[in-house]
Design a protein around this ligand. Structure first.
Ligand code: PLP
Length: 240
């Protein structure tokens, strides 16, 4: 099978899974935006996905994403870029120049850096999500091994900061299910955090949750965006 056909078959299978997960909880597949996470895969795969109708693409490292976004743009494909990885402040300017939605804002200093960058390099505000750490045993952000995200109790304060900044637009929350936990229980906690956030920020309607292994649980608990890599493109050779 050539690569295009392989991706097309994987895409059909993922769309089936999303449809079945929606049917199981009386949701409509139109409520779910699938983001193809293309990290470690070449721009040519993004072009295959675009030709197959996928418009939302995710990356987790600026160095890789910046070049890929430029290549895809040069090839004339129209996709929206989601930045889903841990982000250092010194990459804010680069990410703000190509990303449509940054999923991984997890501290005030990063929000400030993105706001400053967005004001300089964009002609409209940058959409952002607050990444929530769903692991109740997790150390705080300063620990280099943490999987990212603010604790649920810190979301409101960070949201208030972001909400005051005209260069940013707070759109919702994102999370990764903890490795040693039941994904459904974790995503239920995220749904509660998302509902609390919407009470103060009515436009923060995005719930980015669910990956190849747990998108059903995420959809059952209100995800609006799922981030799918492996199930579309195959097992990554490198840790990504
Ligand atoms: C890699 C990645 C994904 C996709 O994971 P798969 O298990 O390959 O579907 C989703 N979200 C984030 C933040 C990622 O880094």
């Amino acid at each position: 099978m050539n690569r295009r056909d392989e991706i097309a078959a994987n895409l059909a299978a993922v769309r089936e899974r999303i449809a079945a997960a929606c049917a199981a909880v009386q949701r409509h597949p139109d409520e779910i935006t699938m983001i193809a996470v293309t990290k470690t895969y070449p721009a040519s795969d993004v072009l295959h996905l675009a030709a197959l109708g996928v418009r939302e693409v995710g990356e987790n490292r600026d160095q890789e994403a910046a070049g890929k976004a430029a290549e895809v743009r040069a090839a004339g494909a129209d996709v929206r870029w989601h930045f889903v990885g841990q982000l250092q402040r010194n990459k804010a300017r680069s990410v703000a120049s190509y990303a449509d939605l940054v999923h991984s804002v997890d501290r005030p200093a990063l929000a400030a850096a993105l706001a400053e960058a967005a004001a300089k390099v964009r002609d409209r505000p940058l959409d952002v999500l607050i990444q929530v750490n769903l692991d109740p045993t997790a150390p705080e952000v300063s620990d280099p091994l943490h999987r990212g995200g603010v604790s649920p109790g810190s979301v409101a304060a960070l949201a208030e900061l972001i909400g005051k900044d005209e260069a940013l637009r707070l759109r919702g929350v994102m999370a990764v299910a903890p490795v040693n936990d039941d994904a459904g229980a974790a995503f239920a906690r995220l749904a509660a955090v998302a509902a609390g956030l919407r009470a103060d920020h009515p436009n923060a309607t995005v719930v980015s949750a669910g990956m190849s292994g747990d998108l059903e649980e995420a959809i059952a608990h209100g995800a609006t965006h799922v981030r799918v890599g492996t199930a579309l493109l195959g097992k990554r050779a490198l840790l990504g």
